[in-house]
Design a protein around this ligand. Structure first.
Ligand code: ADP
Ligand code: MG
Length: 384
């Protein structure tokens, strides 16, 4: 199984070269729920070759017309996971490599993106029987640390926090909102619990407790329940000898993020960021899109300051770090519109990334061409 997973990971790697400072985009389809089946839902998504995603059926004629107007029904990602994909496979293909690089002092982040009910929390947190990416990452981290040193050289701290309505809360010790401060290490939430972790069982229990503290989970149907972002920060500190044999401290940070439901942040292509901002859309989610956009385009200024989420993720998004997006989708034709929006968004992110890297290779003269600028502006708008 491990060999299979490694081969799959290598296939992803080979196709895309190194993961240095780039975004990989994955899609995960969840199984049809019993309630959906009982209500007569049909499956409208098919995944082929672990890469290609096809939208196969439409809820109604309007969806069909919309689909034609957009860009067709076929999407390709770095990997796409069918509904039978077990948690550990999702983990090993998307995140295992980031865990490895955190142990080398680099930062990374994994986001689950998608509409409410599409499987974000299942992917990130999972259940006791089927733990998700957060738990598997920590488990793997402990295993790798044991293999590596076993001498207590590494210290792992966990923090679990929530951004809800632009308010930051500590999920491990709920109380008053936390204030974000900028210090030498970057932006920190003052007073945030740093939990020293020793074992995985303990971590799962802690995360589940934390999740119950989310402004959200018990009342899934509640209108506000989908608007909270949960962030697990895993900080690994260790000591190494530098070139002149001095002992120095290194820190690697992995952020694992269960984002708010994307249903309202996904507007149609024509809308500008400004009109989106006026429409009571999750500000942190929009700001995240803008930052990723600016990053993939190689912009000098990245607008981290626009939201609490992006401030918190400043050191996990830019610079020498790895970013993974997992777009979660439902198979049901009743969720057709959301699924299409999510796929479309993920596809755009991927495309702009390609354009951005091509752009950086082009010479300066070409970059100044007006067409190029128009094209770039258009893509920017589209992603936003
Ligand atoms: P979200 O966090 O995106 O709102 P959830 O993760 O809570 O969605 O998923 C909605 C429901 O679907 C939950 O009951 C969850 O257990 C189930 N579910 C989601 N993804 C899967 C999966 N891959 N396999 C089995 N059940 C899943
Ligand atoms: Mg959720």
């Amino acid at each position: 199984k491990i060999v299979q997973d490694t081969e799959r990971l290598e296939a992803v790697m080979n196709k895309n070269g190194t993961r240095e400072s780039r975004i990989l985009v994955f899609v995960r389809l969840r199984p049809m729920a019993k309630k959906e089946k009982d209500a007569g839902s049909r499956c409208c998504v098919r995944i082929v070759n672990r890469k290609d995603v096809y939208l196969t059926e439409f809820a109604n004629e309007n969806d069909y017309l919309r689909l034609k107007r957009l860009r067709g029904r076929h999407f390709t990602f770095d990997a796409s996971f069918p509904d039978s994909t077990p948690q550990h496979e999702v983990y090993s293909v998307t995140t295992a490599e980031l865990v490895e690089s955190v142990l080398q002092g680099r930062n990374g982040s994994v986001f689950c993106y998608g509409a409410t009910g599409a499987g974000k929390t299942y992917t990130m947190l999972g259940t006791v029987e089927n733990p998700g990416v957060m738990v598997l990452a920590i488990k793997d981290l402990f295993t790798k640390i044991r293999q590596r040193s076993g001498d207590g050289n590494h210290v792992v701290h966990l923090s679990y926090l929530e951004v809800y309505n632009e308010t930051v809360r500590d999920l491990l010790s709920p109380g008053r909102p936390l204030v974000l401060r900028e210090d030498k290490q970057g932006i920190v939430a003052a007073g945030l619990t740093q939990y020293r972790a020793y074992s995985t069982d303990e971590v799962m229990a802690m995360l589940q407790r934390g999740n119950q503290n989310r402004t959200t989970e018990p009342t899934r149907v509640n209108e506000t329940s989908s608007r909270s972002h949960a962030i697990l920060q895993v900080v690994v500190e260790y000591r190494v000898k530098d070139a002149s044999m001095n002992i120095v401290n290194r820190v690697g940070k992995l952020s694992l993020i269960d984002l708010a439901g994307s249903e309202r942040a996904l507007a149609t292509d024509q809308r500008t960021l400004r009109s989106l901002e006026g429409a009571n859309i999750n500000r942190s989610l929009l700001a995240l899109s803008s930052c990723i956009n600016a990053l993939v385009e190689g912009k000098k200024h990245i607008p981290y300051r626009n939201s609490k989420l992006t401030q918190l993720l400043k050191d996990s998004l830019g610079g020498a770090c790895n970013t993974v997006m997992i777009a979660n989708i439902s198979p049901s034709n009743a969720s057709f519109g959301e699924t299409q929006n999510t796929l479309h968004w993920a596809d755009r992110a991927k495309e702009i990334r390609t354009k951005a890297s091509e752009a950086s290779e082009a010479n300066e003269e070409i970059q100044r061409l007006p067409e190029f600028e128009t094209d770039q502006a258009k893509l920017l708008l589209e992603l936003q």
